[in-house]
Design a binder for this molecule. Structure first.
Ligand SMILES: Nc1ncnc2c1ncn2[C@@H]1O[C@H](COP(=O)(O)OP(=O)(O)OP(=O)(O)O)[C@@H](O)[C@H]1O
Length: 233
């Protein structure tokens, strides 16, 4: 694979938590090359290091040892300004969806554009309504989070992550609160974005139906990458 075709590359990536006697290694020698536009699923038992790896890939955590190259930029020793610029090119979907309680679904999604500095209100408004309609929420645009179900709020959070056309989407169990029809829509959307725009997705999930649709499945166990299964779908 040429360098341009790779969104994420790691090598010799190790990570520890704690200090002194409590110091514990959470990741061991992770080496990965993730192709641009691919839909990657990460699995592994609780405590195997999935979230730690996802947050390292998303420059939400400092690289302690080894290398992470995200969208051509080495993250080890990256400056704060470089990390901030890179994070603007990412879409995060985490379980705790952190919506603003005082903002409507549409306004919450628009926040995903504002952090990117795209402030033309009309365009932002339309983009937010469009992504929410793909996620089946066109009749809930002006609802506050308190008046939406858990699954609907999760879809708003997904909309917020995707509205700015991120280059890389990092997702931690994003479909856990969704019925299969909606979860399938989210997966289809991410795969379409992969084909149309080269958006790369790395998703932690235990949903077997999503595993079936992954381009590649990474399995972590006790902080190590123990299986790397590329499949044709
Ligand atoms: N902030 C922290 N401080 C200390 N140890 C941590 C911290 N975060 C994670 N760990 C430890 O690192 C290891 C990997 O945790 P991580 O959350 O990455 O696993 P996971 O595979 O995402 O688990 P889950 O599926 O339960 O979310 C675990 O042993 C965990 O206890």
């Amino acid at each position: 694979m040429a360098d341009d075709d790779i969104s994420i590359r790691t090598s010799g990536l190790n990570h520890w938590f704690g200090t002194g006697e409590a110091r514990k290694q959470a990741l061991f020698d992770i080496g990965l090359r993730i192709a641009r536009g691919s839909f990657i699923v990460m699995v592994g038992p609780s405590g195997s290091g999935k979230t730690t790896l996802l947050t390292l890939l998303g420059c939400l955590r400092e690289v302690q040892e080894g290398s992470v190259v995200l969208l051509g930029q080495e993250l080890r020793h990256a400056t704060t300004a470089q990390s901030v610029r890179l994070r603007r090119r990412l879409g995060f979907i985490f379980q705790a969806h952190n919506l603003h309680e005082s903002l409507t679904a549409r306004q919450n999604v628009m926040m995903g554009l504002q952090v990117k500095g795209r402030l033309n209100r009309e365009t932002a408004d339309e983009a937010a309504a469009h992504v929410l309609s793909i996620l089946g929420l066109s009749d809930r645009l002006d609802y506050l989070p308190a008046n939406l179900s858990g699954g609907q709020n999760q879809r708003v959070a997904i909309g917020r992550a995707l509205v700015g056309n991120p280059d890389v989407v990092l997702a931690d169990e994003p479909t856990a609160a969704l019925d299969w029809e909606t979860a399938a829509k989210v997966v289809d959307l991410l795969k379409q974005l992969g084909q149309a725009r080269g958006t790369t997705t790395v998703m932690v999930t235990h949903d077997n139906r999503i595993l079936d649709r992954a381009d590649r499945i990474l399995t972590l166990q006790d902080g190590r990458l123990v299986a790397d299964d590329s499949r044709r779908v």
